[in-house]
Design a protein around this ligand. Structure first.
Ligand code: CMC
Length: 436
């Protein structure tokens, strides 16, 4: 029997059979529409809440094999990129598909470096926030506000316009992120220092006080560089899907990226790094870990934050790198007092059938919080660091979506479960209210 790339479907309601093509291990959901009971039938749809088994696009950017813990950007293993590349090199790779030559890299870095400043009015905009505003709210709002400063960014079909918007977003995210930090702390904003490299400049805008030149500790610069690379892209996660969906309406990229930031803010996504640290602090001592794990298993308490992943069903390769990086940072800052709690959580969870049977392993967020805290970032600021890095991936995915001729405005279907048509009733006649 010769193998053919087709799938036979037999509809037992009608006795009819259909043959649909299989491409890259998928069938097209639209091919199901021909499966109908009669002419009045809309046709069959696939039902997939939370997109558990639906490919929403074709993408050549990031590859994940979650069963064995592989992550590659454009074919390059994350381990090699984290060890050898710079973040801007990775941002170039994600967008262009190839690593840059020296001259390509130089002009990419030059363009980004010379767009790091933001309009002065953005400062006033940020000053409108209260001192305790969450930094992710400030970041999302200020990125959305950039769309008002660059109205020409709406020309998304123009290659040069897209390029400038991408450069502006990559260049200004660290500036905005640092401004959010300084506002929270009640400190004056520090302007970009364009003599510095990307991550050095970011740390300078965070920490510089009266010194004419700020030199961050090389171990911290390296840590930020590696963490930015690890967070740069992760295929069709919640925030990237948000950027693609919002961008599919052909809105400008500042607005689309702002949507990604708001999606990332959630505790099940990028907000998990903040929650991991709060969880570790609430556990307080390694001796309390067993009782905490019991609560997680009972479902009475919270989830074990920083554990589990929709795609990884083995150790997240990024978590392995982050764990090692934590030790490198602690060599400079001194051992973190709560590292033992994290190690004990990991040890117990990896040996416990609840976590083993559900294939729950540490994800990228499990150890990042300890590093950020060691570097003196406030807990509610952690996800901002994630957002700065993920902007590189969001932009590459946004542009890939726009150039993909198969893509249209994102518009899922639904299975309607509400009432059939019924007549409007006057308030006095609404007896169903009284039934409660
Ligand atoms: N702690 C305890 N139980 C868990 C956890 C956890 N962290 N994660 C999943 N489970 C259980 C869950 O209760 C369910 O059990 P059961 O089958 O008995 O109902 C089973 O594992 C499957 O969970 P799910 O919610 O169906 O899995 P999902 O793929 O929808 O969720 C996740 C993925 C990342 C949202 C989830 O694992 C989670 O909430 N983790 C904690 C939050 C976290 O660390 N998020 C960061 C993810 S990595 C960075 C990023 O992408 O932003």
């Amino acid at each position: 029997m010769t193998a053919t790339n087709t799938l036979d479907i037999r509809d037992n309601r009608t006795g009819k059979s259909y043959t649909v093509p299989i491409t890259d291990g998928t069938i097209r959901a639209a091919d199901l529409r021909q499966v109908r009971v009669d002419d009045a039938d809309f046709g069959m749809m696939s039902y997939d809440p939370a997109f558990m088994n639906t490919a929403s696009c074709r993408s050549a950017i990031t590859f994940i094999d979650g069963d064995v813990g592989i992550l590659r950007y454009r074919g390059y293993p994350i381990e090699q990129l984290a060890e050898q590349a710079s973040f801007l090199e990775v941002a170039y790779l994600l967008r262009h598909g190839e690593l840059p030559t020296q001259s390509q890299y130089d002009s990419w870095v030059h363009d980004i470096t010379f767009h790091t400043y933001v309009h002065e009015n953005i400062k006033h905009f940020l000053e409108g926030f209260r001192y305790d505003a969450h930094p992710m709210s400030m970041l999302a709002s200020s990125v959305a506000a950039l769309s008002a400063f660059y109205p020409e960014a709406k020309h998304i079909t123009d290659d040069q316009s897209r390029y400038v918007s991408i450069i502006r977003l990559l260049a200004k995210l660290p500036t905005l992120a640092a401004f959010c930090y300084r506002h929270s702390k009640g400190l004056p904003f520090v302007y970009p220092d364009n003599d510095l490299l990307y991550c050095e400049n970011y740390l300078s805008m965070i920490a510089r006080m009266s010194e004419p030149k700020y030199e961050a500790h090389p171990a911290f610069v390296k840590a930020i560089e590696v963490l930015f690379i690890l967070h740069a892209d992760h295929e069709q996660n919640c925030s990237t899907s948000a950027v693609r969906a919002v961008g599919s309406s052909h809105v400008d990229p500042f607005s689309a990226v702002a949507a990604g930031i708001t999606a990332l803010y959630g505790p099940l996504h990028g907000g998990a790094n903040e929650q991991v640290l709060r969880m570790i602090e609430s556990i307080g001592h390694p001796k309390n870990v067993g009782a905490f794990i019991d609560e997680v298993k009972d479902g009475k308490g919270q989830r074990l934050m920083g554990f589990g992943h929709r795609v990884y069903k083995s150790y997240d390769p990024r978590a392995r790198i982050v764990k090692q990086l934590a030790y490198d940072v602690f060599k400079v800052t001194g051992m973190d007092k709560d590292l033992e709690i994290a190690l004990e959580l990991e040890r117990i969870a990896l040996a416990d059938d609840y976590f083993v049977s559900r294939k729950l392993y540490p994800n990228v967020d499990f150890y990042t919080g300890l590093i950020y805290r060691a570097m003196k970032f406030p807990t509610d600021y952690f996800t901002v660091l994630f957002a700065v890095a993920r902007t590189a991936g969001w932009l590459a995915q946004w542009e890939e979506m726009l150039l993909d001729k198969e893509q249209k405005i994102a518009r899922p279907r639904q299975v309607y479960t509400g009432y059939e048509e019924r007549p409007y009733t006057h308030q006095l006649d609404r007896s169903h209210r009284l039934k409660k």
